[in-house]
Design a protein around this ligand. Structure first.
Ligand SMILES: [Zn+2]
Length: 200
């Protein structure tokens, strides 16, 4: 599998390319379709070739372009517990979304799966891994964890920061990630890094 970062200076957008499928993790701010197109050109991948999109959580820099990408024929996969957070984002961030030309998300044609079904779904894309819930950054947070140890964690606080700040939700997220054997972390707002081996 190949991992591309097709993001911009606001947010990393990770694109997983397997022998059979393309899965995009996070969509970027509203109105940034052009930026995504430009980054994709560097990889020789066309927007319409991307099969599926998931978002790590519903904040505008991650979930602002979902409907625009659906309109380009990308299928959007939402975790069932994330559903209420769509309208929450659209209500709370209404002003910001208006300024940035947000296209409201149509719910009815999304593919809604449970965490339980995530391994089967990923398997169909030739991806060995699963999706877990993370509560550290936001209630609707998810991390996509590959069996080979790479984890796409969105805005989850770094583990050492979480410990320093005694942020119990994030600490428990990191425990779960370590349990799954995570060794490389792909965050949304800085570059990938190796997770230090825990001496505990
Ligand atoms: Zn966020």
């Amino acid at each position: 599998m190949e991992i591309f970062n097709v993001g911009n200076n606001a947010v990393n957008l990770y694109l997983l390319k397997t022998a059979t499928h393309l899965l995009l993790i996070d969509s970027g701010f509203p109105g940034t379709l052009h930026d995504l197109g430009r980054e994709l050109r560097k990889t020789n991948i066309k927007i319409r070739e991307i099969d599926f999109l998931v978002v790590t959580h519903f904040h505008p820099d991650h979930a602002g372009l979902i409907q625009d990408l659906k309109n380009e024929s990308i299928k959007f996969v939402i975790l069932d517990f994330q559903v209420p957070f769509v309208s929450k984002m659209e209500q709370e961030k209404e002003r910001l979304l208006k300024v940035r030309k947000y296209t409201p998300l149509i719910q009815k044609d999304n593919i809604c799966i449970s965490l339980h079904e995530s391994r089967k779904f990923l398997n169909e894309l030739s991806i060995q891994g699963e999706i877990i819930a993370t509560k550290g950054h936001s209630e609707d947070g998810i991390a996509l964890v590959l069996d080979s140890g790479q984890a796409f964690v969105g805005d989850l606080l770094q583990e050492n920061m979480a410990i320093e700040m005694n942020d119990q939700n994030s600490i428990s997220d990191w425990k779960n990630l370590r349990k799954l054997g995570v060794n490389t972390v792909f965050p949304s707002h800085y570059g990938p890094y190796e997770l230090e081996v825990n001496s505990e």
